[in-house]
Design a protein around this ligand. Sequence first.
Ligand SMILES: Nc1ncnc2c1ncn2[C@@H]1O[C@H](COP(=O)(O)OP(=O)(O)O)[C@@H](O)[C@H]1O
Ligand SMILES: [Mg+2]
Length: 329
Amino acid sequence: MAVQIEKGEVLQKVSKIAITSALAVILGAIISGLLLLMIFKQMKQKERMLRQSNVQLTELKEAAETASRATSELLANTSHEIRTPLNAIVGLSFLMSQRAEQDPWNQEKLALIKDASTHLLSIINNILDIARIQSGKFQIEEVNFLLEDVLSKNVFNLVSGEAKRKGLEIISDIDASLISPLLGDPLRLAQVILNYLGNAIKFTEHGHITVRARPVEDGPSGLLIRFEVADTGIGLTQEQAQRIFEPFEQADGSTTRKHGGTGLGLAINRNIAKLMGGEVGVESIHGLGSSFWITLRVHRSAHGSGQYSGKFRLAHRRGRLRGGSPGTH
Ligand SMILES: Nc1ncnc2c1ncn2[C@@H]1O[C@H](COP(=O)(O)OP(=O)(O)O)[C@@H](O)[C@H]1O
Ligand SMILES: [Mg+2]
């Protein structure tokens, strides 16, 4: 009898334990189910938030791009509007200064107006170029040209007066293989060399400046020319050399106070090089001078050299411009 009672008790205990365990398992399952559900819900919510912020980000990016395009366009249009009257000021002050009966006081003031407006014009042209580059409207042309003509008319002629005033000698050293007619954008080419040369004159007080042109690649994909403008000027530290190709960067703050400028010339050169399949760079020793270089891709012209006098040009290949006296280049 006692054994039977014990058995019943044991059975009761066992079934209690079984039921409790089953309940615990079920409860556990329910709790983990609920937890999983909560995690799943949270994940869904996060995903929804992520998708929403992605949409917002895309909208913001589009808005920023539209704003930047609009700014560039506004800048391009405004610059154009400012350029027109400024051109009139430059032209008219030049014409007025030509009149013989002008007294010296008027002559001097007219020269100041001309210098100031020419300077302003070059700043506006630089801003206009950067705006055009940023809005993707900067065009590269393909026309026939002679490198030496372009360098002499659109580069050396424009800086010879200032070089002479500072007593600086400009040496042009063009490789003989670059004498023949080329196909490319002569005005952009002149612009980049002028940017380098203008800087070289600005930052050099004594010595000379050499403009070199050498072919680095001459094949079916075109002619890659390396131009180099080397000066004996103030030079740059390594830190300065690393950042000056960025827009609005100048080597040090005092530069703007002393020489003016906007810090856009080198940034424009870098962009033009990129558009013309090339690169830019500088090697410099602080206090001794700098050598700024740029590579540009052009083509050999299919028109041949018959129409140009190669002999005449070869004689002028290596020229010295002592202050750019006419006829030396
Ligand atoms: N030949 C050079 N020698 C020394 N510093 C130079 C030379 N060319 C450029 N730099 C430095 O790089 C800066 C940026 O030049 P650039 O972009 O042409 O602007 P900007 O001439 O308007 O100052 C100059 O302000 C100057 O500090
Ligand atoms: Mg400059």
